[in-house]
Design a protein around this ligand. Structure first.
Ligand code: C5P
Length: 302
């Protein structure tokens, strides 16, 4: 009998994050192009007599170790689907920045789904895992797939995208995190201030940029750099003006482009090749992490 399963789950960067107007349900329609990058958390599920959760790694003081953690919620949702008790110990080894805009919490939710499914021998069909993941949060389905995908709706309805080569990224980790709902609220506030309106119907419907999808498919870093776009960037910079200096530093070090990752505050820099990424990281200093994309989705380790 299996008594422990470890799953490796990737972080993401949004190479396009087009944000529509505020919907009556409090969410925004998105055209969200996710790219999985080679920074990983590891989620280990171990047989236990009740649901418990522990974590190790940088900034883990900032994550809840109770039933509100997405990994715990994932175990409960999967157990409910199968009519069993969620008796499991979950241990999260964190390498993805906490509250950094790289979907680390969502990755842990995805990892817990896959780890518990294997531990409990459930064999849940992938389509069902994606559906459960979408119920847990808008960013939880993507780390199941990895690679690249377009997310529509809240961002949870995914279509896989082709990636034709490796992309070399440098991530500048920031001190402290940004709250995703606060960044969306700031985006709405800025839109009202600019007089463009912030509600669904007032803001144009978000669409994926064909040039960006083609750049991914071609594996062309220069072409991708030219079209990186994040509608939450102004809001993240408004809440964290210091990030503008980070963007300027990375660009000065030779990055092809620099963009706030998701709702921030991590800043993502795209390099032309591996050596360029190493140079950008050296200039940024100890906050920098180098990672290659695309990364595979959640993987059960042997
Ligand atoms: O889906 P998730 O739980 O990750 O969303 C967290 C918060 O981010 C939501 O409560 C909402 O404030 C905001 N959000 C949004 N539109 C989306 C996704 C998230 O407004 N498509």
């Amino acid at each position: 009998m299996v008594t422990a399963v470890t799953v490796r789950v990737p972080a993401k960067v949004n190479v396009q994050l087009a944000v529509g107007g505020l919907r009556p349900d409090g969410f925004h329609d998105l055209a969200n192009v996710f790219l999985a990058v080679g920074l990983y958390d590891h989620v280990t599920a171990t047989s236990a007599d009740r649901l418990t959760i522990t974590a190790e790694g940088r900034d883990v003081a900032g994550i809840p170790l109770d039933g509100t953690n997405l990994a715990a919620r994932a175990a409960v949702a999967l157990a409910e689907r199968h009519g069993i008790a969620p008796d499991v110990h979950l241990h999260i080894a964190k390498d993805i920045p906490v509250a950094g805009g790289m979907a680390g919490g969502s990755a842990d939710g995805a990892g817990a789904l896959v780890a518990c499914d294997a531990l409990w021998g459930l064999g849940t069909p992938p389509a069902d895992l994606l559906e459960i993941a979408g119920g847990l949060g808008s960013d939880v389905p993507f780390p199941l797939l990895g690679g690249a995908a377009l997310g529509v709706g809240r961002g949870e309805r995914l279509t896989a995208l082709e990636v034709g080569g490796a992309f070399h990224w440098v991530f500048a980790l920031a001190d402290g995190g940004l709250s995703t709902p606060a960044v969306y609220r700031e985006c709405d506030r800025l839109r009202r201030e600019q007089g463009t309106g912030d509600l669904a119907g007032e803001v144009p419907a978000p669409v994926a940029d064909p040039a960006l999808v083609a750049a991914l498919a071609a594996g062309d870093a220069h072409a991708l750099a030219a079209v990186l776009a994040n509608d939450l960037q102004d809001a993240a910079l408004s809440l964290r003006p210091d990030l503008a200096r980070t963007v300027a530093t990375g660009l000065g070090a030779g990055a092809l482009a620099g963009i706030v990752s998701g709702s921030g505050p991590t800043v993502a820099f795209l390099a032309a090749e591996e050596e360029g990424a190493a140079k950008i990281a050296a200039v940024l200093g100890s906050c920098a992490r180098v990672a290659v994309a695309p990364a595979p989705g959640s993987t059960v380790l042997p």
